[in-house]
Design a binder for this molecule. Structure first.
Ligand code: 13P
Length: 252
């Protein structure tokens, strides 16, 4: 067992109204009462962030936004700044999810600005990286992971790095039911840790929590968590039901 506290984060993506969010959080709080030694992070859409931060207060759960802009303010219609998130009690932010990279053209240049902007505001980034099916087939997985990690974290200091969370989410495993085997996921997370060690030193790299994401379910979380370099999960589809998510929080 490593000294790293596991993290289970639920990415709701574009799901749930605020009314539904209210019911969900109240149910989840009951279902995971008494669970210790794991950090739970809820990542609802922007519209439900105030409601969810209020309901989660005192439960020990953290609340994350699914994106933010790197500027402090300005003429950026439709965007949200780090200060706006801090103001409503948000503690974390998912950055660089593959859906943002793929459908909204988010680039490593954007992320190299978003990560330090979040840190400067006191928000913990959950940086997502991962290869596509074609990249894996072409043997380019490590090259892709190394490029994303080094570029996206280039403006981060060694001191800040230990507090960042990295999520390895192979694009081919997201929403497909095709979970990476524990060995594949564990190897990729180990490679990410080596990359971090090269950038920030061994001690810092050992402190960083690295999550796996991609079709995580109650019946596969246990074997994934048994991997040395997997410190938790970023869950999509299976987090939408409080019963399933609470089982994942208990590692199955
Ligand atoms: P699924 O769990 O639905 O595969 O989604 C994973 C994900 O993208 C979490 O951010």
């Amino acid at each position: 067992m490593s000294a790293r506290t596991p993290v289970i984060a639920g990415n709701w993506k574009m799901h749930k109204t605020t009314t539904e969010a209210h019911r969900y959080v109240n149910e989840l709080v009951e279902l995971i009462r008494g669970v210790e030694g794991v950090e739970v992070v809820l990542c609802p859409p922007y519209t439900s962030l105030p409601e969810v931060t209020a309901l989660a207060a005192g439960s020990g759960m953290r609340v994350a936004a699914q994106n933010m802009h790197f500027e402090e303010s300005g003429a950026f219609t439709g965007e949200i700044s780090a200060a706006m998130l801090v103001d409503i009690g948000v503690s974390d932010v998912i950055l660089g999810h593959s859906e943002r990279r793929q459908y909204f053209a988010e680039s490593d240049d954007d992320l190299a600005r978003k990560v330090p902007a979040a840190l400067a505001a006191g928000i913990r980034p959950i940086l997502c990286v991962g290869e596509s099916d074609e990249e894996r087939e072409a043997g380019q997985t490590e090259e892709k992971l190394e490029r994303q990690v080094t570029r996206d974290l280039e403006a981060v200091s060694g001191e800040q790095a230990a507090g960042i969370i990295v999520a390895y989410e192979p694009i081919w495993a997201i929403g497909t039911g095709k979970t990476a085997t524990p060995a594949i996921a564990g190897d990729a997370c180990g490679f990410i840790r080596e990359t971090l060690a090269g950038m920030f030193g061994r001690e810092t790299a050992e402190a960083v929590r690295i999550l796996y994401g991609g079709s995580v379910k109650p019946n596969n979380i246990g074997e994934l968590m048994a991997e040395e370099h997997i410190d938790g999960a970023l869950v999509g589809g299976a987090c939408l039901d409080p019963g399933d998510f609470s089982q994942i929080v208990r590692f199955g």
